[in-house]
Structures are given as structure tokens and as C-alpha cells.
Design a binder for this molecule. Structure first.
Ligand SMILES: [Zn+2]
Length: 237
């Protein structure tokens, strides 16, 4: 096992921790999430973004140095700060609920009560188990309950939840549930189709597989509506 055994007091604890650790390793490799909510500490935003960047920089620098890289090299010198900024300001800015896009609702004046599908929303996110990217297309659908939102808001919502360390199943559910709340309807469907670099560039190195995840709420749990959605999503893919 990889854990430090100096923390352990008895052989029994040692065994239990070894089992826990094995499960955690397996969860990571199998990409299983522990909950729909992103696991965040209560004090996650007690410090500012600038303080986070300043705190991450020396840690990333230490990782590079441990790997044996010479940080005096011009090409590498700025990397720790660049990575720290990228983590806080770009890749993981969706951790902070303050960055949730505003979702203005409009009346459904046309009385369009059919399914609305927005296909092929590009998303880029990072696997929380390996911190390498997974990316692909999201297909989002809803049936209006009397309210609608601007189409670009669907993209923004997918983007917001993508900017966290993620697991594809959780990302799919988070987008679905948020949309249900915003649109005040259960009738929401999501499909996400992604390539995981932690599967293709390392581990089993499978370059050809995609991962599909779905979320079907309300009417989309009925066979006919579900099939209609899936038919729209498959066209031109
Ligand atoms: Zn991974």
C-alpha cells in the first residue's frame, strides 16, 4: 500500500486502513463518485482567489522539483504560478457558487410545449481522480413548464459545472438537477458523451472508447419521450 504506516497504532487499524485505501484506489481507477454534490469543505471560500493562487504556487513548484525538474530554466520558471492561476481562475472556478451564471427566466410566450433540445455543447473538464482532462459533447433538453431560458445559458450551465474536478456521472446529474431547479420543471434530460484522457493516455490506454452518461427527469422517464430525445441527439452525430 502507498499510505504512510507511521500514522498507525495497531495492526488491526493497519489492516482496516489498508482495506479503506484499496477501496479508495479502486474508486479512483473505476471513476466512481461518492455523491452528487461536489465534496467541498465548509471553509472552501474563506480565502480569496488571490490567496489561493499564492498558496498553490509553492506547492506546485515543490512537485516539479521533486520530479527533478530544474526550475531555473526559463521555460519552467513561470510554470508554478501559471498552473496556480489556471486552477483557480479557469479550470476550477466553477467550485465557487459565486461564479454560477445568472439564469434569467422568460415567459414562454409562444406556448411552445414541445421538447427543446440543444445538441453538441462542447465541454472540457478534469477528472477528480487523476486531474487530467475529459471532454466531449453535452446534449441538453427540456420541456417548458411555462418558463424558458436563453439558449446560451444552457452552454453556460454546462461550462460552470465542468469547471470543477469532476466525475462524468456527477457532472451529468449536477447539470440536470440545476436545470430542473432553474426551469421549475422535472422534465429535463441530459446526455454527455466524453473521452477521458485518464483512460486513453494512461492506465489501460484505450483510445477508442467513449463514456456516455444520461439524466432523465419527469416526462423523459417515459419511454416515448426518452426515445424522442435519443433520436434527436443521434442525428448528425
Ligand atoms: Zn481519471
Amino acid at each position: 500500500m502507498k499510505q504512510k504506516e507511521t500514522l498507525l497504532t495497531t495492526p488491526l487499524n493497519q489492516e482496516k486502513l489498508a482495506v479503506d485505501n484499496l477501496l479508495i484506489e479502486e474508486m479512483g481507477d473505476e471513476h466512481k463518485a461518492s455523491s452528487v454534490e461536489t465534496p467541498l469543505r465548509a471553509d472552501a471560500f474563506d480565502i480569496s482567489d488571490e490567496e489561493k493562487i499564492a498558496a498553490i504556487e509553492p506547492h506546485f513548484k515543490a512537485i516539479m522539483e521533486i520530479l527533478g525538474m530544474d526550475l531555473r530554466d526559463d521555460s519552467l520558471r513561470g510554470t508554478p504560478l501559471r498552473v496556480a492561476k489556471m486552477y483557480v481562475k479557469e479550470l476550477f472556478q466553477g467550485l465557487n457558487p459565486a461564479n454560477m451564471p445568472s439564469m434569467t427566466l422568460f415567459e414562454n410566450k409562444f406556448q411552445y410545449n414541445e421538447m427543446l433540445v440543444e445538441k453538441n455543447i462542447n465541454f472540457y473538464t478534469n477528472c477528480e481522480h487523476h486531474f487530467v482532462p475529459f471532454f466531449g459533447k453535452a446534449h441538453v433538453a427540456y420541456i417548458s413548464s411555462g418558463k424558458v431560458i436563453g439558449l446560451s445559458k444552457l452552454n453556460r450551465l454546462v461550462e460552470y459545472f465542468s469547471k470543477r474536478p469532476q466525475v462524468q456521472e456527477r457532472l451529468t446529474m449536477q447539470v440536470g438537477k440545476a436545470l430542473q431547479t432553474v426551469l421549475q420543471t422535472q422534465d429535463v434530460a441530459i446526455m454527455m458523451d466524453a473521452k477521458h484522457l485518464c483512460v486513453s493516455s494512461r492506465g489501460v490506454k484505450d483510445d477508442s472508447s467513449n463514456t456516455l452518461t444520461t439524466f432523465f427527469g419527469g416526462k423523459f422517464q417515459e419511454e416515448q419521450t426518452k426515445m424522442e430525445f435519443l433520436k434527436y441527439v443521434e442525428i448528425n452525430d
